[in-house]
Design a protein around this ligand. Structure first.
Ligand code: ASP
Length: 351
């Protein structure tokens, strides 16, 4: 009898020790994307590749520094996305693609998996950091989603930096717009006020910009075990009629819940909206008990690929699982977990 009691006590203590360890300390982890698309070695110069990798490394570092000093996943997501929004190589903030009328119309969303709070903005044109605006909507308004001039006015009212339209201008994106409008036989708007004069050499006009889906997104897990997700984008080149994509739609391009996972997507937003991609992945984890990678692959490879829903996702779960999945030739991506080293990839054949 005594031996049975001793055994019982030993087992209970070890179960207790395990669960205490679980609640006391989670290892942080973070995954980043910089868009998916026809990203192939043949269409990338070594200089451009270096710049993309450096941009992702910098964003990853911003997130890991926050997490490593015990910061929240929400802060890590925002810090990394702000860096990518300022990087002209990615389709978010400065360097965003142009709408058909020659403006940059920016979308973003952020979600806190610890309390299911979310904030989103669409068609913002003067706020430097749409991701911070999405966070302000979540924390400082009673709403989830604001759009257009109203969203920018709210940004100004809470003290977020406002910039002139030319701040977002890059020659490369402008030439992509011109090419796309010519193909669609649509009128070409005049260059935005304050933009630099058109270059007189041909280089810009000949470089195809295949990296169509350059949206940025970050998912993170902090030491308290909370996950968060954020996404920021200029949307699709030559979009019209104030088109809004999946990035700011909670459950489509962005989603986070401590019950399941956090996801950020990139690709043709219309498919991601109709297939509620981010929420579906988390629902598969939550209700079907699937692994994060299997859930992401099911939606991206089995559901979206056959119907040409081009794109990809990054995902993270409260137990530390990290995943990415994309059905395009490439996706700019990076990840790191506490105690591990940074992994950065672009092409399909990289791990
Ligand atoms: N998903 C974004 C959208 O449809 C585009 C992208 O990922 O680049 O607006």
């Amino acid at each position: 009898m005594q031996r049975v009691l001793a055994l019982f006590l030993m087992m209970t203590t070890s179960v207790l020790a395990q669960s205490t360890a679980k609640t006391a300390h989670h290892k942080w982890a973070v995954v980043i994307h910089g868009g998916a698309g026809v990203i192939e070695r043949s269409s990338m110069t070594p200089e451009a590749e270096k710049e993309y990798r450096a941009g992702m490394a910098e964003a990853l570092h911003a997130a890991t520094s926050v997490l490593d000093r015990g910061g929240t996943s929400l802060d890590a997501v925002e810090a990394a996305i702000r860096i990518l929004e300022d990087d002209p190589n990615f389709n978010a903030g400065r360097g965003a693609v142009f709408a058909a009328d020659g403006t940059n119309q920016l979308d973003a969303a952020i979600m806190d998996g610890s309390n299911m709070k979310a904030g989103a903005v669409a068609d913002v044109t003067s706020t430097r950091h749409p991701i911070s605006l999405a966070r302000a909507v979540m924390e400082k308004s009673q709403h989830v989603m604001l759009a257009g001039a109203g969203a920018d006015a709210f940004a100004a009212s809470v003290g977020l930096e406002q910039v002139p339209p030319s701040f977002f201008f890059t020659e490369r994106r402008w030439q992509s717009l011109v090419r796309e409008l010519k193909q669609e036989h649509l009128p070409i708007p005049s260059r935005p006020a304050g933009a630099p004069p058109a270059p007189d050499h041909q280089a810009f006009f000949d470089t195809p910009d295949n990296h169509k889906y350059g949206t940025v997104g970050v998912v993170a897990l902090d030491r308290s075990g909370n996950v968060a997700a954020g996404t920021s984008t200029g949307g699709l080149t030559a979009k019209r009629w104030d088109r809004i994509g999946d990035s700011p739609i909670i459950g489509a391009g962005t989603y986070a819940s401590n019950q399941s996972c956090a996801v950020s997507g990139t690709g043709i937003g219309e498919y991601f909206i109709r297939y509620t991609v981010a929420r579906t992945i988390c629902a598969l984890v939550q209700y079907k008990g699937m692994s994060l990678q299997a859930a992401a692959d099911l939606v991206i490879q089995k559901q979206l690929a056959p119907i040409h829903g081009d794109g990809g996702v990054i995902a993270i779960a409260p137990d530390g699982q990290m995943a990415w999945s994309f059905n395009t030739p490439g996706m700019f991506r990076a990840r790191q977990a506490e105690g591990g080293s940074a992994e950065i990839g672009i092409y399909r054949d990289e791990p």
